[in-house]
Design a protein around this ligand. Structure first.
Ligand code: PLP
Length: 266
């Protein structure tokens, strides 16, 4: 809810995207654009552009701990957001570091698994650990449909009723709220479903005709985390984040040969 000087601090625990469109780079740009202050604990470096992830270099788990500890020991955080966690070893240290702050600092978990270019950012072994140790720490978890299918271990239809049921089932895995995103659905009409302790909220919209979708998940989750850090309600945070992301997609400049990044400043 801000420090004594009014800073809205978001600690982002995620991977670096050398192409600048997703990961930590998208997170920092988003938090800045919405008026927050971003700190980071980098879990892995990716050699990546709009076409492919060419290489991944995981950060030693002890150094993830050092980064989180340096930030929390001095600057603190009003919200913690996690993205790419890569493997079971990093999940273990991130969960351990977050434990003392559970219930005190809100946590947004983007359960990043595979990029839109088809590269794994979470080892196959690690999705079980993500489900078991990370979700119970989450104020909000923000899966897309393929991630939700892995977490639930079953297929999910992209119609609204099926998504509401899936989001409710996901919430039983331990997070306080679930935002199940419909962007990976097949139709032109999309729905995002938020399930909290107090009920269900749906946002419906038309699919934007764009290939500039790289980093959209990171951007949305960081925008929500910034809203929470600024003291907005969950619904207000999701609402503003969706408006921000839509405009960021509309303003995209078509960088690179593949799925281009969204434009974070406008
Ligand atoms: N690269 C990194 C390091 C990320 O953390 C993420 C986040 O989801 C992505 C890539 C996602 O890329 P895309 O939006 O193309 O799926």
């Amino acid at each position: 809810m801000a420090d004594r000087f009014g800073n809205h601090r978001v600690l982002v625990v995620a991977g670096s995207d050398s192409g600048g469109g997703a990961g930590i780079q998208a997170d920092i740009k988003t938090v800045m654009a919405l008026g927050g202050y971003a700190t980071t604990a980098i879990t892995a470096l990716t050699a990546q552009n709009t076409v492919a992830v060419e290489d991944v270099h995981p950060v030693p788990p002890a150094f993830i701990t050092s980064q989180m500890s340096a930030v929390m020991g001095d600057i603190g955080a009003d919200c913690i957001k996690t993205g790419m966690l890569y493997d079971t070893a990093s999940i273990a240290v991130v969960a351990e570091m977050m434990q003392p702050y559970a219930q005190k600092i809100p946590v947004v978990i983007d359960p990043v698994m595979v990029t839109q270019s088809g590269h794994r950012l979470l080892t196959e072994m690690a999705s079980d650990r993500l489900r078991e140790v990370m979700l119970p720490l989450a104020t909000l978890v923000t899966p897309n449909l393929p991630e939700a299918e892995v977490l639930l271990g079953r297929p999910i239809d992209d119609d609204e009723q099926s998504m509401i049921e899936a989001a409710q089932e996901l919430r039983e895995l331990g997070s306080q709220a679930v935002l199940l995103k419909g962007g990976h659905g097949r139709g032109d009409q999309l729905v995002d479903v938020l399930v909290t302790a107090s009920g269900v909220e749906c946002w419906r919209g038309e699919r934007l005709p764009t290939t500039s979708t790289h980093g959209t998940g990171c951007t949305l989750a960081s925008a929500i985390a910034t809203g929470i850090a600024q003291g907005m309600t969950l619904v207000e945070s999701v609402d503003r984040a969706r408006i921000y992301l839509r405009r960021a997609m509309e303003e995209a400049k078509g960088l690179g040969q593949g799925a281009g990044p969204v434009e974070h400043s406008f």
